[in-house]
Design a protein around this ligand. Structure first.
Ligand code: PTT
Ligand code: SF4
Length: 610
């Protein structure tokens, strides 16, 4: 096999043992890597009903066949497990030296099982695997932990860590690296914590098998040059994802006061231009020449790397209109290893609940010190923080009072930073995303603003599926960054050429879309298997606030979603996907996608289907 190493490393923390094993080449061709591998491994190896925080859950780090080569923005890694937040398949995507080092160590994926007796650091150095005592690191934040490990293992070692949030099993704890890359929104950091795994250090010294080395080298050089010629490049380098704050405000989709509104009175103070005045440096993922991590000095004079989502969720969504203060909360989230999107949601939820006197604690909008203290309570699970550490779905069930209407989540995963009162296609994208309400699979909102936001047309359903294929399927399986394509217009044809040079396979985008559908449908099967008879189409409906409480301000004042029209759109989505009226993959669809074994298991387990 070229492109792929053909090896998985399996680590058992309970037994302090590890072994590598060849996998079938068909797996690579059918699932590519990254999310494809993770979904297949978790489907095959986890029993339905497995407790996500038990030793029986498995943590998978998986890369794609382009990872590790000198190709633009190609060093991403999928981190996946059964999610403690949603109770089903969960993953995240993180730009990290670990992706490169893991591939150079000879592995396309690492599967971590069991639970260490005491806190450990897993050290993967080519074929040598060690379980190091992490007693001294337990309790430290992610930055300190990484700093200590980097002193020993060097600047380019792969180092993934959890902070105290992962240790304390906060349900939206994530995994952090390089002081500002973070991934695993649906609590993948908590899964790592539940295994007593404080960090994973990876160092590889091998070279990757490549089908056409000269072709790959030339393509890589051409592609890096091409990126520099793209017209949006210069502005991208100035603002990165932060330019989206102004755009969201103009289009009335900036999440504000717990998604009550789409415009924020202090948006200018937290936008890309405000950031430019205080940017001190830039960081990014390895192998990228359009680095987008903008570092600013926060309210306390410390460095904080900010992105759109961080600022929307810890800024406008909680009524905080000062960028240095927002950056301070973002830095706290990175240190503790908390997903900023879910964090901004639970904070906004608590502020609204306090305003409505549904909780006894006073939690005010837009106060940095109070909010920072509440974040610490969440991390250490004290008082109100303990409830919020379980996510908004749980908190709403607990406090009642109609709060589930404004608990902003889908399937338990909190909504990322786009208000959808007047964006039906984006609402559908959130509702049908493979891990809960994440924008990663289909960020159709900018397209939707151009074609007209009112309609619930078939064209919109097609666009959601098209994006889910490209982004949620192909990019997540290749583990390449999607931003060159979305933000600069770097053409999709490059990726089939890269694939050919690396693997020798002639794959068209039609072939890739088929693989994407296979992965997406397998993940859907995972959800259906977990929920069994309780699975209904209600699982694919966005939060009630967007249907019931119109916007009261801004250019879209009065707008809200129409539930009857949404329902029709959802049915169309199911038809086009080949799923039934309850959103379950039809047996014929599973077979068409080469998932016969999944069809058999699902049929047996859920006892459903025509
Ligand atoms: C992603 C989600 C995002 S999406 C952001 S900002 W964004 C938040 N970042 C966080 C952070 O920072 N610290 C923290 N403690 N929590 C955070 N949670 C949030 O996590 C990220 C970039 C970005 S910045 C985006 S859009 C793109 N995401 C990609 C993706 O998902 N897939 C892909 N193939 N390419 C992508 N490219 C871009 O990567 P999750 P990163 Mg992230 C500080 O993790 O769970 O996937 O959620 O990975 O290396 O930081 O790069 O406006
Ligand atoms: Fe990482 Fe940004 Fe480069 Fe994508 S564009 S690879 S997120 S630095």
């Amino acid at each position: 096999m070229y492109g792929w190493n053909g090896l998985f490393l399996r680590v058992n923390l309970s037994k302090s043992k590890a072994a590598s094993k060849k996998y079938d080449a068909k797996l690579a061709k059918n699932f590519l890597g990254g999310r494809g591998f993770a979904a297949k491994i978790l489907w095959d190896e986890l029993k339905p009903g497995t407790d996500p925080l038990s030793p029986k859950n498995k943590l998978v780090f998986a890369a794609g066949p382009l990872t590790g080569f000198a190709l633009p923005s190609s060093s991403k890694l999928v981190v996946a497990a059964k999610s403690p937040l949603t109770g089903s398949y969960g993953d995240g995507n993180i730009g990290t030296f670990t992706a490169v080092q893991m591939r150079e160590a000879g592995y396309d994926a690492v599967i971590i099982e069991g639970k260490a007796k005491k806190p450990v650091v897993l050290l993967v150095q080519d074929e040598q695997i060690e379980f190091l005592d992490a007693g001294d690191l337990w309790g430290l934040n992610s930055f300190k932990t990484e700093g200590i490990l980097r002193k020993v293992y060097g600047r380019t070692a792969g180092v993934l860590t959890i902070g105290q949030a992962g240790e304390n099993l906060v349900k939206f704890a994530n995994i952090v690296c390089q002081e500002g890359r973070a991934g695993g929104r649906p609590g993948i950091g908590a899964v790592m914590g539940s295994k007593n795994l404080k960090a994973v250090v990876t160092i590889g010294s091998g070279s990757l098998p490549v089908a056409h080395p000269k072709e790959l080298k030339k393509l890589g050089a051409d592609a890096y040059r091409e990126i520099l010629t793209k017209p949006p490049y210069a502005f991208w380098k100035r603002q990165g994802t932060m330019m989206t704050i102004e755009w969201s405000q103009e289009n009335s989709v900036l999440p504000t006061y717990n998604y009550r509104e789409g415009v924020f009175e202090k948006a200018d103070a937290i936008g890309g231009f405000a950031m430019e005045k205080i940017t001190s440096s830039q960081r990014g993922c390895p192998k990228c020449n359009m680095t987008c991590g903008n570092v600013v000095k926060d309210y306390y004079g410390r460095e904080s790397e900010i992105d759109y989502e961080n600022v929307a969720m810890l800024g406008s969504n909680i009524g905080l209109g000062n960028l240095r203060r927002v950056a301070a909360l973002n830095r706290a989230a990175d240190e503790f290893g908390l997903d900023t999107i879910s964090l901004g949601n639970v904070l906004g939820f608590a502020m609204e609940a306090s305003e409505k006197r549904l909780i006894k604690e006073k939690v005010s909008w837009g106060k940095v010190k109070e909010t920072k203290a509440l974040i610490e309570d969440i991390v250490y699970r004290r008082g109100l923080g303990d409830m919020l550490a379980e996510g908004v779905r749980f908190a709403a069930e607990k406090i009642g009072g109609g709060s589930s209407r404004w608990a902003m989540h889908v399937k338990g995963l909190e909504v990322s930073g786009y208000d959808c009162h007047a964006a039906p296609a984006m609402a559908l994208a959130f509702a049908t995303s493979s891990i809960g309400a994440h924008h990663k699979d289909a960020w159709v909102i900018s397209w939707e603003m151009k074609v007209g936001r009112e309609s619930y047309s078939s064209e919109k359903v097609d666009k959601v599926i098209e994006f889910q294929r490209i982004r949620g399927g192909v990019f997540e399986a290749l583990t390449v960054c999607r931003l060159p394509w979305i933000e600069l217009g770097f053409e999709l044809e490059w990726y089939t050429k890269f694939l050919h040079a690396a693997t020798g396979l002639e794959m068209t985008w039609k072939d890739l879309n088929m693989i994407a559908d296979r992965i997406y449908t397998l993940i859907r099967a995972f959800w259906v298997r977990e929920f069994g008879k309780d699975w209904t189409r209600k699982m694919d409906v966005p939060p009630a606030r967007w249907f019931k409480e119109p916007l009261t301000k801004g250019p879209m004042k009065g707008a809200k979603l129409d539930s009857a029209k949404y329902d029709v759109m959802l049915s169309k989505y199911y038809q086009k996907r080949g799923w039934d009226e309850r959103g379950r993959p039809r047996i014929t669809t599973l077979k068409r996608l080469g998932l016969e074994d999944v069809a058999k298991k699902l049929k047996k387990h859920v006892k459903l289907y025509n």
